[in-house]
Write a protein that binds this ligand. Structure first.
Ligand code: HEM
Length: 450
């Protein structure tokens, strides 16, 4: 049930369609139509459409989540039934009656045409097949098997010295600004480069392309959101092309000179027929992008929360064994991934509601993580919360985050190192949120260090 693009593209001969038309078709079907649809739904008072379209509401979505929760486990919305319920979210994410592949076969002909001609392997984003995020078994199972080996608990634990060294090097660079009493953007100086450098190292891609990765990653993150305005889409589309071009060169280098990293293994697997070239691109692009676009948000959100709860930060300074639990509480309280979706594959009932095959459902992970049925006083930030690991910030079921262990390690090591090096760190000025729907974090985070 994944993309029909491959087969239909051949029928409509997309190569015969001029490039600019293909780009517009691509934007129209993935962003233009959803934007128009969501805007109309906003006019009808649809709360979920408002959440998607209104940055001010997204900056503080938790009151709206409670409004939705008060209406029951499932609320109809323009995007399909939406749930804020932890029980419903947990059940459906783990159920094989739900999938991620979107069935476009019943879409109107012009939409299918636009999908086919807009399909472009040189610009495919992380939310398009064959990215494993949006692919069902059996292909999904094949991809997970290939990448899983590099993210076992043992492999992740082996990355600890790398994470620690990277954190310390970045903190060393902050000593100068700290001594001069300067205000520093902690996202640019620490929260963003740390996971980029780590994932680049783990994947064997050159860390000196950090600036490019950040730009490309931001584009990839934007393409997760439906309804991008045309200009932002063009910027993102260009960035995705540049990323794919970089990957093509990188794979060519590894073919002649493989290392012992995951990407070299994937290139070899692709050459052995285990992955197509397009699948290889999609898999590495997703690992690279997901490897830092989410962790940067975890780190930024944590710094702001700990600044607002200095007693808890002091407690962590006094007893650093609390950091892993504190990371879980940040993930729960202000989840870096707020929303995901699934398609119903077979008629089913979840939390007392019948859902017919072909229905698209929306899961508000950030709301499920504040469900009072599971978490006592869920709006309270408490780094010592006992049952915090029940959260769904890494999703659940077969799409459970591949990098959850790495993200947890990075969170605990990076936050502890930062707090111990600069115990008087303070947020100085208003942090600026990222203009995103799916991901939640800060674009800029001004701090003073001493
Ligand atoms: C705080 C950091 C992170 C958060 C909150 C996070 C969250 C998530 C979530 C919610 C999903 C599943 C989405 C769904 O079910 O629809 C996911 C999937 C994924 N994540 Fe993460 N992630 C983080 C860090 C990482 C890192 C460091 C990597 C690096 C390898 C990574 C790689 C992936 C991949 C490859 C998938 C796709 C899994 C699949 O579809 O089977 N993530 N992540």
């Amino acid at each position: 049930m994944s993309s029909p693009a491959g087969t239909r593209a051949r029928r409509t001969r997309p190569s015969a369609v001029p490039g600019p038309v293909r780009t517009v078709a691509r934007w129209a079907v993935r962003h233009g139509l959803p934007a128009a649809y969501l805007s109309r739904a906003v006019g009808r008072g649809d709360l979920v459409a408002r959440l998607m379209r209104d940055p001010a509401l997204r900056a503080e979505p938790y009151a709206l989540y409670e409004q939705l929760r008060a209406r029951g486990p499932w609320v109809p919305s323009a995007l399909g039934p939406v749930t804020t319920s932890h029980a419903a979210a947990s059940a459906l994410l783990r159920s094989d009656r739900f999938g991620v592949g979107f069935d476009w076969s019943a879409a109107p002909r012009p939409v299918r045409w636009a999908l086919a001609v807009g399909d472009d392997p040189t610009a495919t984003g992380v939310a398009e097949p064959p990215s494993m995020l949006v692919v069902d078994p059996p292909d999904h199972t094949r991809y997970r098997r290939l990448v899983g080996r590099a993210f076992t608990p043992r492999a992740t634990a082996a990355a600890e010295p790398l994470v620690r060294r990277t954190a310390e090097e970045l903190l060393d660079r902050l000593e100068g600004p700290a001594a001069r009493g300067e205000t520093v953007d902690l996202v640019a100086a620490y929260a963003a480069p740390l996971p980029v450098l780590v994932i680049a190292d783990l994947l064997g891609v050159p860390g000196d392309r950090q600036e490019d990765f950040l730009r490309w990653g931001a584009a990839a993150a934007a393409t997760l959101d439906p309804g991008l305005p045309f200009r932002r889409f063009l910027t993102a589309d260009r960035a995705m092309r540049a990323l794919h071009a970089f990957l093509a060169e990188h794979f060519a280098r590894l073919r002649s000179d493989p290392g012992d990293d995951l990407v070299s293994q994937l290139v070899t697997a692709a050459d052995g027929g285990a992955l197509t070239d397009r699948e290889l691109h999609a898999t590495v692009m997703l690992l690279l992008g997901a490897g830092f676009e989410t962790t940067v948000n975890l780190l930024g959100n944590a710094v702001v929360l700990l600044d607002a709860h200095r007693d808890q930060r002091d407690a962590l300074l006094a007893d650093p064994s609390g950091w892993p639990n504190a990371v879980e509480e940040v993930l729960r309280h202000d989840s870096p991934v707020q929303i995901t979706g699934r398609m119903v594959r077979t008629d089913t009932t979840v939390a007392g509601t019948e859902l017919g095959a072909g229905t698209r459902v929306v899961v508000l992970l950030g709301a499920a993580n504040r469900d009072p049925e599971v978490f006592a006083d869920p709006g309270r930030f408490d780094v010592a919360r006992a049952d915090v690991r029940e959260h769904l910030a890494f999703s659940a079921g077969i799409h459970y985050c591949v990098g959850a262990g790495l993200a947890r390690l990075e969170g605990a090591v990076a936050l502890r190192a930062l707090t111990e090096r600069f115990p008087r760190l303070r947020v100085a000025g208003r942090p600026v949120r990222r203009e995103l729907q799916t991901l939640r974090g800060f674009e800029h985070l001004p701090v003073t260090l001493r």
